[in-house]
Design a binder for this molecule. Structure first.
Ligand SMILES: C[S@@+](CC[C@H](N)C(=O)[O-])C[C@H]1O[C@@H](n2cnc3c(N)ncnc32)[C@H](O)[C@@H]1O
Length: 274
């Protein structure tokens, strides 16, 4: 696909804040107006406009919609595997759970099947609108990760908050905002489970991204789907600052990493709300 077409897709769908793919107001408005029978097909088409959601552009022998259906099934399969391998030991049937940065809801819908109630939040109104259509469940509530959306979740009501494929896309400032929300919503004794990216030779740090002052570098930093590596120590400091303790960082099993970025520096951080 040409860069100018990619640029046009971003401009049409990117929300006003950085990293808010499919954040434009028109996406939920248009999906809502469609007849119910057409919503799923269009939700998958909308998701294919974003670089975030694992829907490629290469239909091969298949039609676009057939290809998107395959990608949908693969999203469910992938997140079911992560749920089974990483979250099954943490989640209990009686738990109220928060999925932070749920995207199209593949992990949320799998995790919801294991718990009493699940809130799934995201900054992208478009991703949330698609998630509501393609990955609904009776005990699953999608909310915006802003002040109004988070107000729907009572403080100290969450037994487990988890986040996958999100933290490494955030600047420290945004990561701290996420941690502040988790610190407020998770009850004392509740758990935090974060998929993180440790520093390695592949991922640039936030400082390295910021020091690239070329136009391309600046545009990529603001609008691109970039990743930041952080040291284990830096993750610990930030998580501790927001009231979590007993912090443990474990390497990600290769089987799970294969469903994510597939790097050796991926890890899972477990912590308990003090
Ligand atoms: C790569 S997707 C991962 C989706 C999902 N967690 C998964 O693993 O399938 C990253 C998601 O994080 C969301 N996100 C980015 N910044 C966020 C923030 N500050 N608060 C909440 N969600 C955020 C994006 O909108 C996007 O949907």
């Amino acid at each position: 696909m040409s860069n100018s077409f990619k640029g046009l897709k971003y401009a049409l769908t990117l929300g006003s804040d950085p990293q808010n793919f499919l954040g434009k107001w028109w996406i939920p408005a248009v999906l809502k107006k469609l007849p119910k029978a057409k919503r799923r097909k269009w939700a998958l088409r909308v998701l294919s406009l974003s670089p975030h959601y694992f829907f490629g552009d290469d239909p091969g022998e298949k039609t676009l919609d057939e290809n998107l259906e395959v990608r949908y099934q693969d999203g469910l399969r992938s997140r079911k595997k992560i749920c089974g391998l990483v979250l099954s030991d943490v989640l209990k049937e009686t738990d109220v759970v928060l999925d932070y940065g749920c995207g199209p809801g593949f992990l949320a819908v799998n995790a919801a099947a294991r718990v009493k109630q699940l809130y799934a939040c995201d900054i992208s109104v478009g991703a949330l609108a698609c998630a509501e259509i393609i990955n609904p469940a009776p005990n699953l509530t999608y909310v915006r990760a802003d002040e109004n959306g988070m107000a729907a979740i009572p403080d100290a009501s969450i037994d487990v908050a988890y986040s996958f494929a999100v933290i490494q896309h955030l600047t420290d400032e945004t990561f701290e905002h996420v941690l502040a929300n988790c610190g407020r919503k998770v009850r004392p004794g509740g758990k935090l489970v974060l998929h993180i990216q440790l520093s390695d030779e592949i991922w640039k740090s936030e400082d390295e991204w910021r020091s690239d002052t070329s136009v391309k570098g600046k545009l990529k930093f603001r609008y691109g789907l970039h990743c930041f590596g952080r040291t284990a120590e830096h993750h610990r400091e930030l998580v501790e600052k927001y009231g979590f303790t007993d912090i443990r960082i474990e390497p990600l099993a290769a089987e799970v990493a294969a469903e994510l970025n597939g790097t050796k520096a991926e890890a899972i951080l477990f912590a308990t709300r003090a």
